[in-house]
Design a protein around this ligand. Structure first.
Ligand code: SF4
Ligand code: SF4
Length: 441
């Protein structure tokens, strides 16, 4: 008589073990692919975040002409915003004459040099992983071979095994003028430059005969896997050279044979435990002082994006993007030998001792740069001004003497809420209660 084995069947090894995202983020459970319609901007588009935020995004023309050519939602005519035009450019066909790649390592070095030439100063190659994918993404059906189905994140990550992350960092001096239209310019224009450079790189890869898929992945997960940076307490990717002044959101998946980079370790994980400067300076208290939490199977610091986002309608005359958590971060410093040395000291110290090094570096940072970054920046006729109560304001070209509250010729806000570093953290509750300031015709 034949006996039937009752041994459980061995589970076939998964082609995708949990991804390695470095020390700052750990995958600890199953991840549900994020539906793009649940992200903040689509939610706002459906009016789910309240009238003030909806009107800020969809019915506001900025008082600042630089913002009007940098951010299409706040322009008088969105055709003036070159980033909008770029997103509408149709994708070119993949060249049928494929360039052979005998050595993926050589090709990786080559692509990195091309990317640098195009202006992508921040760049990395990661391994695609299904958990990084947004739900519902797929390739152009015209590119499928007969019988090929790409109907799941796994199939897509198998078809496009590499993800490229690249961007143009923001200028350091302009970033110092955060909470000001100067900071907005640094943020918005480099975003457009990144789009332009990535589009050129995408065209280059397709001209070599390989497929690409843009924007199908969570940019932060891809940036961590590609060794571009670590995730900070401020919920931002922190890079070695530029700190947090980067847009790590655009991704390019490809089947071009490459070699993936390893996750980075520059000590952000250890530094954030003792630093907390971003949490202290955030005007909306959106950044936690507490430990990491597990969200959608991932252990990380989680910011409250809703409170961060909802601030914007109330400050629209002065700035669009807060960026305080970028400017305050000790990693966000200009490229200099002492910056490299500080990173080197974190990186080369054994992990159990890094907390002590971080304490020393944070102490130095507070002494030299201040616990709250306050720097006056003059640029293109703008001036971040001097402290509230003194003679200056944030309105471009304003020369009014601000002797008393309400003396400004265009804007009906009290004097103490104008000018340098507007609005201070301690003003936040006040202006949120009062509602948006009014611009006089
Ligand atoms: S952008 Fe500003 S409000 Fe938002 S989390 Fe950073 S510091 Fe806080
Ligand atoms: S400011 Fe400090 S705590 Fe916040 S992300 Fe930067 S290093 Fe981490």
């Amino acid at each position: 008589m034949t006996t039937v084995s009752r041994e459980p069947e061995a589970t076939p090894p998964s082609a995708f073990p949990p991804p390695n995202l470095g020390r700052s983020v750990r995958v600890v459970g199953p991840i549900t692919n994020v539906e793009p319609s649940t992200l903040p901007h689509p939610m706002n588009q459906r009016g789910e975040l309240g009238k003030a935020l909806y009107n800020w995004r969809h019915n506001t023309i900025s008082v600042d002409p630089l913002v009007r050519v940098a951010f299409e939602n706040h322009s008088a005519d969105r055709n003036h915003v070159f980033g909008t035009m770029l997103r509408r450019v149709p994708k070119g066909a993949v060249n049928a004459q494929r360039t052979p790649v005998p050595d993926p390592l050589v090709m990786t070095r080559h692509i990195k040099r091309v990317a640098a030439y195009l202006g992508l100063q921040v760049f990395g190659v990661g391994k695609s992983h299904p958990s990084f994918m947004f739900a519902g993404k797929t390739v152009d059906p015209a590119t499928l071979a007969e019988g090929e189905a790409v109907d799941s994140p796994e199939a897509l990550a198998t078809r496009m095994p590499f993800v490229i992350v690249g961007c143009v960092p923001w200028d350091y001096n302009l970033t110092k003028a955060h909470r000001h239209h100067i900071g907005d310019a640094a943020y918005d224009f480099t975003g457009q430059q990144s789009t332009l450079a990535l589009l050129a790189l995408e065209g280059y890869i397709r001209e070599m005969g390989y497929n690409t898929l843009r924007g199908a992945m969570n940019g932060q997960a891809a940036a961590l896997a590609a060794g571009v940076g670590e995730l900070g307490r401020n919920g931002l990717i922190i890079t070695e050279k530029f700190g947090a002044r980067v847009h790590a959101s655009d991704t390019l998946m490809t089947d071009l044979p490459l070699v993936a980079d390893e996750p980075l370790d520059i000590g952000v994980e250890d530094f954030c435990k003792v630093c907390k400067k971003c949490a202290t300076t955030c005007p909306t208290n959106s950044i936690t002082h507490d430990d990491k939490v597990v969200h959608n199977g991932v252990e990380k610091y989680k910011i409250n994006w809703e409170t961060c986002y909802k601030l914007r309608p109330y400050v629209v005359q002065f700035w669009g993007n807060c960026l305080t958590c970028v400017a305050a971060c000790p990693y966000t410093k200009p490229s200099a030998w002492w910056h490299d040395m500080a990173i080197f000291s974190m990186r080369s110290t054994p992990i159990p001792l890094r907390g002590w090094v971080a304490r020393g570096l944070k102490w130095l940072d507070d002494r030299i740069w201040g616990e709250v970054p306050r720097k006056r920046v003059r640029w293109l006729g703008y001036d971040t001004g001097v402290k509230p109560g003194e003679q200056a304001c944030t309105i471009a070209g304003c020369t009014a003497a601000h002797g008393e509250a309400g003396a400004h010729p265009k804007v009906d806000v009290p004097l103490e809420e104008m000018g340098f570093y507007y609005p201070l953290k301690e003003n936040t509750n006040r202006f949120v209660k009062r509602g948006p300031a009014k611009v006089k015709p």
